[in-house]
Write a protein that binds this ligand. Structure first.
Ligand code: ASP
Length: 339
């Protein structure tokens, strides 16, 4: 069988750093010499090409422009490679994975994001295993087709659907969780794919969608919150979509001022629970039903990261059409919401 070709794109983050012995601080290493840092890459049965951001960035500096930069790099190389691995800082990796999953619709090749908690240049690094296995997964085929045909995050022995993930730890090696969707693969001595949970392309053509409008606001509710201040702040900012971070299955304090405001405002309101696992069901309690009646959209079991990114994408596409936004928002684009 022909060797798979994988494109490795380095955007920044901890993984690509080595210790500067003079200053004992971390600095990015020259990525074109990745095989000097990780000679094991030469032993993987696939050919690897690398490309790097001119100036690697901490993932806190990622935004819709850098998502597009990553997307364009993959799109321009899509026909020439069998799989793609994106090395990315862990802090906002789930947002970028969500964005790429919505940008690359009907994928038939893998886009795997990974990174690490300790730099590649450190002895106890988790980066080597993450990098090597991510490349192996990106190169794997069955019956001449890629096994993974979606955007995923590989981290600490697990492969997750990217748009279902959340970063949960800033110091444990298993930094990511996917609360509402099972892992796509579990890695030990073998790489065991959970074939029943993989997205497979039914011979549709790739559609590359780009364009984001970041007019999204997120409001965290807590007991005792002063509703008057919240209403004032939402009214006076330029957001078009407002994410209300509710309690439990989608409940908010029942205050007339809030309910009246939600009923009268022409912004789009989305209900995301502060609980990471489970789904929003606005009809379950009176405190949620009021929201449903006011036209607030319960996001079912989507992650906050996906809700924010999906909002930016859909509001750009349908800026004036609230109904279209709602219809598309609740429908599945890339496995981000359970039916
Ligand atoms: N601050 C870093 C980043 O997200 C952390 C990491 O790479 O893990 O870029």
């Amino acid at each position: 069988m022909k060797k798979s070709k994988v494109l490795l794109l380095y955007t920044g983050g901890t993984i690509g750093m080595i210790e500067d012995p003079a200053e004992s601080s971390l600095k990015p290493f020259n990525f074109s010499q990745i095989t000097e840092e990780v000679p094991e890459l030469n032993k993987i049965n696939c050919s690897i090409e690398t490309v790097a951001f001119e100036k690697p960035i901490d993932s806190s500096n990622m935004n819709f422009e850098t998502w597009t930069k990553i997307g364009d790099e993959i799109f321009n190389n899509y026909d020439y490679f069998d799989g793609f691995v994106v090395l990315h800082g862990t802090d906002t990796m789930s947002y970028t994975a969500s964005a790429l999953s919505l940008m690359f619709q009907n994928l038939s090749k893998p886009i795997i994001l990974t990174g690490s908690q300790l730099p590649l240049g450190q002895v106890r690094t988790d980066g080597k295993e993450n990098l090597i296995t991510a490349i192996e997964i990106a190169s794997k085929k069955r019956n001449n087709k890629s096994i993974i045909q979606e955007v995923a995050i590989y981290f600490e022995n697990q492969l997750f659907r990217g748009n279902r993930t959340t970063k949960v730890s800033s110091d444990h090696f298993d930094a990511f969780k996917s609360y509402n969707y099972p892992s796509l693969a579990d890695v030990g001595v073998e790489i065991n794919f959970n074939h029943n949970y993989l997205l497979l392309n039914k011979s549709k053509n790739l559609e590359y969608v780009k364009g984001f409008d970041p007019v999204v606001d997120v409001v965290l509710f807590y007991p005792g919150i002063i509703i008057k201040n919240i209403v004032k702040s939402i009214q006076s900012n330029s957001s078009k979509v407002v994410v209300l971070m509710s309690f439990g299955s989608g409940n908010l304090p029942l205050e007339n001022e809030l309910v009246d405001f939600l009923n009268s405002s022409n912004k789009i309101f989305l209900n995301v629970s502060q609980c990471k696992a489970g789904k929003v069901e606005q009809e379950k309690y009176e405190t949620g039903l009021q929201l449903k009646k006011a036209g607030v959209i319960g996001v079912k079991d989507m992650t906050l990261e996906t809700v924010i990114v999906k909002s930016m994408l859909l509001i750009k596409k349908h800026p004036l059409d609230k109904n279209k936004f709602k219809e598309l928002f609740l429908s599945n684009i890339a496995g981000e919401v359970s039916e």
